[in-house]
Design a protein around this ligand. Structure first.
Ligand code: HEC
Length: 156
């Protein structure tokens, strides 16, 4: 057996219905896309996910991987209960609840599912603007958040 040792909780993403059929069809699509060279997202065709994204790319979980980072580094200002007993949500951004994250701040969305490039939240971290106080987010944690957003920011 060549099956990789997934943790059982991550298998739950299999419940998400996939529009295309067997995995090999994705590979064939990728191969054709590569052969055609110029064909990319601008053509309007869905771009097949890379077969191997390395590291956490294909299996990143919101609950297990992303949320703990927000809990450790962001919640004190975005979602956790402070000493006064009130939930602190700077700019109305709560990073402890999936729906609230996707809703964004009082200024608008901060995560664009599928596009790390257009996700303000990631930009703030990468440029060192967030967290506003404390240590900057280390590179490996940034990559986890990036991979999650690129994977469509699933609630998994
Ligand atoms: C010490 C408090 C504090 C911590 C910790 C903190 N933030 Fe913030 N955050 C703020 C404040 C205050 C603002 C609003 C002022 C500003 O934009 O500089 C803000 C604004 C933001 C915004 C901009 C929202 C918008 O639409 O303008 C994002 C995104 C954000 N934070 C994400 C994060 C993330 C992700 C983390 C953890 C890695 C984090 N913050 C940690 C205090 C904090």
């Amino acid at each position: 057996m060549t099956r990789k040792p997934f943790s059982p909780s991550r298998l739950s993403r299999g419940r998400r219905a996939r529009p295309s059929g067997a995995p090999w069809s994705v590979l064939v699509f990728a191969a054709v896309a590569l052969t055609l060279g110029g064909a990319d997202s601008r053509s309007g065709a869905p771009v097949a996910p890379p077969a191997e994204e390395g590291a956490a790319g294909d299996t990143v979980s919101f609950v297990n991987d992303v949320l703990p980072i927000f809990q450790n580094r962001c919640a004190q200002c975005h979602g956790a209960v402070g000493e006064d007993g009130e939930v602190r949500t700077e700019v109305s951004l709560n990073l402890l609840e999936y729906e609230r994250i996707m809703m964004g701040s009082e200024f608008g969305p901060v995560v664009e599912a599928g596009s790390a490039e257009n996700s303000f939240l990631l930009e703030m971290i990468v440029e060192g603007n967030m967290p506003e106080e404390g240590d900057p987010v280390p590179e490996d944690e940034i990559e986890v958040i990036r991979a999650w957003i690129e994977a469509g920011a699933p609630n998994n």
